[in-house]
Write a new protein. Structure first.
Length: 304
């Protein structure tokens, strides 16, 4: 399926099948890779990567948290991303960029300090089905028994592969109970986030979302905060309880891949999906992504 796809690795376009790391590489064995997933949209001015610079800033933040040295400049990474999008003829899809230790080592710390960079790009529909965007237009959510990683144990703001065992377990657990996506509570029992999504609820016309301390600093979440300010939709970041989830008027997840994803049920609590406030934000966000709102052209990094 991917036979004619190309993955950019350390400056070279590599055939999909040849893009390999050693089984004993530190990043494979210990999950020490850091990564970013970015979205690509066809806009009025051409194909664009959404908030590319902000993704690279977050990547730099992840690298600092892991004491890892990214071998390439921000400018070089930007060129690599654009080149990969073009080489794979992606106009609407995703880019995944991974920074990793390819070297062999048995110690818990990487003993070979070589760092590699890989960039892959995928087109929705052609390369994979995103059922979320088809029949799964609405999410169902349940509170997982697994708590979100505590920021005193690992840097939760780092988008590091090893941190994803946590949402993987949570998602497997709620899937078994018939729900699509988990909501993870933090170790104090407050709402943190979804598996790979931020959580928003609406109560009496006010949008509420978790505080940033325990969650990934999501680019989509930041965008929605800005959109709420623009549209004069009242918003607060606060400690939310499971009871708040069960008593809300509307709810949605957000992320690079699902954008604004209305939730139609949180455990037994049925919700309108999309509710009026969610729909307003969803529509405005779609206009921004299509390049229809001039003020936000700065969020769209054109590929050509
Ligand atoms: C744990 C977690 N939270 C939230 C998000 C949403 O972040 P973004 O909007 O930057 O995609 C992600 C993205 O994958 C994630 O992994």
């Amino acid at each position: 399926m991917f036979s004619n796809r190309r993955i950019w690795i350390d400056g070279k376009m590599t055939a999909f099948k040849a893009a390999k790391v050693h089984i004993l590489s530190h990043s494979f064995a210990r999950g020490s890779g850091i990564f970013e997933v970015m979205s690509v949209y066809p806009t009025d001015n051409g194909v664009a990567v959404f908030r590319l610079r902000d993704h690279l800033l977050r990547l730099e933040h992840s690298a600092r948290d892991l004491m890892m040295k990214i071998p390439l400049s921000r400018n070089r990474l930007t060129q690599a991303i654009k080149q990969t999008v073009r080489a794979n003829r992606v106009s609407h899809g995703l880019v995944k960029l991974i920074v990793f230790y390819p070297g062999f080592g048995l110690e818990v710390i990487p003993t070979d300090d070589k760092v590699s960079v890989a960039v892959a790009a995928f087109q929705f529909g052609r390369d994979f089905n995103m059922s979320k965007f088809g029949e799964d237009r609405f999410a169902t959510a349940a509170i997982s028994k697994w708590r979100k990683l505590d920021p005193r144990t690992v840097p939760v703001h780092a988008k590091a592969a090893a941190n994803y065992l946590n949402p993987m377990l949570a998602k497997l657990e709620v899937r078994k109970r018939g729900f699509k996506t988990p909501v993870l509570l933090d170790t104090d029992g407050f709402v943190a986030e979804g598996a790979t999504e931020s959580v928003f609820i609406v109560k009496n016309g006010r949008v509420l979302t978790s505080r940033p301390e325990h969650i990934l600093l999501s680019i989509t979440r930041m965008s929605i905060l800005q959109i709420c300010a623009d549209l004069k939709v009242p918003l607060a970041q606060k400690k939310l309880t499971p009871q708040d989830l069960r008593a809300c008027d509307e709810a949605f997840f957000s992320s690079t891949t699902c954008k604004v994803w209305p939730i139609c049920r949180i455990e037994n609590h049925k919700l309108p999906a999309p509710g009026p406030v969610s729909l307003k934000l969803q529509n405005y966000f779609d206009l921004i992504l299509a390049g229809k709102i001039k003020k936000y052209h700065k969020w769209l990094e054109l590929v050509d």
